[in-house]
Design a protein around this ligand. Structure first.
Ligand code: F6P
Length: 319
């Protein structure tokens, strides 16, 4: 193996640049040539491929987004898209690829490996919905950003004795909601993976008001329903002064946290070392603090399990 390609795919996540930097630097240090592929699998198919030198990834470890740009490209699930991508890899003499992204990206990495181009998947998504890793690249920063925003919402909520329903991202995963909810002292956290009772949440908010609490906060994961929809549900059970707020895409920006930068660096380095060992079709993660790798097929069989104890903890803390 002489040349590796690297791409970012799916929704961007803070720390993706740090991962690209790590892959590039470790690969060059081990005598490999590195090629950046812009716009994920769409750019691969279009041949948007360029050589990357060590200095090209300078001043990026602290920058969010992805300087390789990204795209969602479902067409790569089709044989035709894969063949076009492989033709581009051959044209540029690229033997192996590191793919940084969410679960869609792993499907692409697996297909490339099946076609003879060893590929390694790195978990790059704010959602934290990938199995076999304690965290995904971007999750910690997204939580920090959401926490910071909710702290600000709390200022105004307290001044007006209002209840705020705040939607956080996560697709079908409630991890951002749980972690941020605990960190912000939410009265309730509502996630797609677990049942909830709006009447019970309304009663809890009323009890908090009776105790003299000057604000209410319900963190609702976007995979459950919108903040507006939840607000409408809540109003059925009480005359609350309530506002709905959707944090949205701001959760994908902001300076990557130390955890995300270090995680991205570790995973990027591990990906190159696996490729150097001639391995492909693997997903790299960190489990109990140690870098591990698993067959990508195992990831499809397994579903991510969140730290649902946080819900009970939050209930105890919000009484
Ligand atoms: O997967 C990351 C994510 O930000 C999800 O949390 C969210 O549901 C989705 O992407 C939004 O996608 P888009 O950027 O295409 O609107």
């Amino acid at each position: 193996m002489k040349r590796i390609g690297i791409l970012t795919s799916g929704g961007d996540a803070p720390g993706m640049n740090a991962a690209v930097r790590a892959v590039t630097r470790v690969a060059i240090a081990n005598g490999l040539e590195v090629f950046g592929i812009r716009y994920g699998f769409a750019g691969l198919v279009a041949g948007d491929i360029f050589p990357l030198e060590s200095e090209d990834v300078a001043h990026l470890i602290n920058v969010s987004g992805t300087f390789l740009y990204t795209a969602r490209y479902p067409e790569f699930a089709e044989e035709e898209g894969q063949k076009a991508g492989i033709a581009q890899l051959k044209k540029h003499g690229i033997d192996a690829v590191v793919v940084i992204g969410g679960d869609g990206s792993y499907h692409g990495a697996l297909q490339l490996t099946r076609h003879g181009f060893n590929s390694i998947g790195l978990p790059g998504t704010i959602d934290n919905d990938i199995p076999y890793t304690d965290a995904t690249i971007g999750y910690d920063t997204a939580c920090m950003t959401a926490m910071d925003a909710i702290d600000k919402i709390r200022d105004t909520a307290s001044s007006h004795h209002r209840v705020f329903i705040v939607n956080v991202m996560g697709r079908n995963c409630g991890d951002i909601a749980m972690r941020v909810g605990v960190a912000c002292g939410a009265d309730a956290i509502v996630i797609p993976e677990k049942p909830y009772d709006v009447e019970e949440i309304a009663n809890r908010l009323k009890q908090a008001q009776e105790r003299g609490k000057d604000h209410g906060l319900v963190v609702v994961a976007e995979g459950v329903m919108t903040a507006d929809q939840f607000m409408a549900e809540l109003k059925k059970y009480g005359d609350f002064d309530v506002r709905a707020n959707v944090l949205g895409h701001m959760q994908r920006g902001g300076t990557p946290t130390v955890s995300d930068r270090v995680l991205a660096s570790k995973l990027g380095s591990a990906a190159v070392h696996l490729l150097l060992e001639g391995k492909g079709g693997l997903a790299v993660g960190v489990e109990n603090g140690k870098v591990t790798s698993h067959d990508i097929l195992d990831l499809f069989d397994e579903s991510h399990k969140g730290d649902y104890d946080l819900l009970k903890l939050n209930e105890d803390l919000s009484r």
